[in-house]
Design a protein around this ligand. Structure first.
Ligand code: NI
Length: 176
């Protein structure tokens, strides 16, 4: 039996890294390397204290994301979504949102209240997942990442300007 190697913890890139604005390409190879990458993404997400992480956030322009809205409390909440697509949405919710690529930035974002998503798992099999409230928000936020969209693209121009000003100030102070 092979020795279990330590999983690589990937650095999460921050806005305005161009990889975050680039749509990811579909995953086509479902092999052992993909399984390792998924495991690394979960670990990297937990280290960064996040509940969702998309491949572009670790500089990989691919349609792959992991989510765990219970942050390790419930193993059933661990979701791997490869090449996900939104099937259906219902209603709306407005809640504060954050992103590991936009540390310390939180803004209210309008999202669907319920969503049905189809995606492939690590073996390439298609499945469907439905989510409401926080899970709906996480699913939509992470799928946005795979399309090169950040939550600050979904707030008003005025609020975005204020956010960008705050980021520039932090960059200037070496805090970003
Ligand atoms: Ni994010």
């Amino acid at each position: 039996m092979a020795t279990k190697e330590a999983l690589k913890i990937h650095e999460v890139v921050k806005y305005p890294d161009p990889v975050l604005a680039r749509p990811g390409v579909p995953v086509t190879v479902f092999d052992a390397a993909l399984k390792t990458l998924v495991a690394e993404m979960f670990e990297s997400m937990y280290v960064a204290q996040g509940i969702g992480l998309a491949a572009p956030q670790i500089s990989l322009s691919q349609r792959l994301t992991v989510i765990d809205v219970s942050f390790k409390k419930n193993p059933k909440d661990r979701l791997v979504l490869i090449n996900p697509e939104i099937v259906e949405t219902r209603g709306k919710q407005v809640e504060e949102e954050g992103c590991l690529s936009l540390p310390d930035i939180r803004e209210k974002v309008q999202r669907a209240a319920w969503v049905k998503v189809k995606a492939q798992n690590e073996r390439g099999e298609w499945f469907e997942v439905e989510g409401e409230e926080l899970l709906a928000r996480a699913l939509l936020h992470e799928i946005d990442h795979l399309n090169g969209v950040l939550f600050i693209d979904r707030i008003s121009r005025l609020k975005r300007e204020l956010v960008l000003r705050k980021i520039r100030k932090m960059q200037k102070n070496g805090e970003w």
